[in-house]
Write a protein that binds this ligand. Structure first.
Ligand SMILES: [Zn+2]
Ligand SMILES: [Zn+2]
Length: 221
């Protein structure tokens, strides 16, 4: 068995203390020469070879995870660096310092949330956007909506006041042609431009069947 003396450097750490434990093993307490944190081990040589100080190795691991995303743009943010100040117990999450492209402020976010598109800008801007969306879709004006689609409105044959062709979803295009479109779940789908009103009406009918059919089967009981 190797002897270690107090003050000896092993790897990047200095031995501070050696204690005998109940199991008759020695427990060694080291101080990391790089970050200054204390850690204990029963096998100094192994520890030094493996990863050295646990704090530093966590830091390195997190840095490596963030490294390849630095300078990249995700929606309204740019990844700037790894954030070591944010700590959750066990260091399960990797945090990145980001610059918000909407307001220019720096903020910290979990890396996985940036990569999966949950975090797209700083929390304040995110909040502002949420409020704007709420304002746009007030519950009282959209009562009965499912995913932004109202059952009574898709079942209705009523034609929009501005519609001049007389067929729902079909409008004049270029003077003598017809454009068919359909709106579903807040998205407008362009169905094409046709030479005759009949063709445009047919395109709209097919789209209705396809988009609304499944939706009504599911929700209109
Ligand atoms: Zn360290
Ligand atoms: Zn912002």
């Amino acid at each position: 068995m190797k002897k270690y003396t107090i003050g000896q450097t092993i790897g990047n750490a200095t031995l501070l203390k050696r204690e005998t434990t109940e199991k008759r093993y020695y427990k060694y307490t080291f101080q990391c020469n790089i970050c200054g944190s204390l850690f204990s081990t029963y096998a100094p040589q192994k520890q030094a070879k493996k990863c050295g100080c646990p704090t530093c190795s966590t830091r390195k691991r997190q840095e490596n995870k963030v490294k390849k995303y630095i300078g990249k743009k995700y929606e309204s943010l740019i990844v700037v660096s790894c954030d070591h100040n944010k700590k959750d117990e066990k260091a399960r999450f990797v945090y990145a310092n980001c610059k918000c492209l909407s307001c220019g402020k720096m903020f910290s976010a979990r890396l996985y949330r940036i990569l999966n598109g949950t975090t797209t800008q700083c929390p304040e801007c995110e909040n502002k956007k949420r409020l704007q969306l709420l304002e746009q879709y007030r519950p009282e004006t959209h009562k009965g909506d499912i995913d932004g689609t109202r059952i009574c409105s898709i079942k209705s044959r009523e034609i929009n006041k501005n519609n001049s062709t007389g067929v729902k979803g079909v409008s004049y295009y270029d003077g003598n042609r017809y454009r068919a479109a359909i709106t579903f779940k807040r998205k407008q789908y362009h169905l094409g431009v046709f030479n005759t009103l009949e063709e445009a009406a047919e395109a709209r009918r097919i789209a209705e069947k396809k988009l609304f059919g499944e939706f009504l089967k599911e929700h209109d009981k």
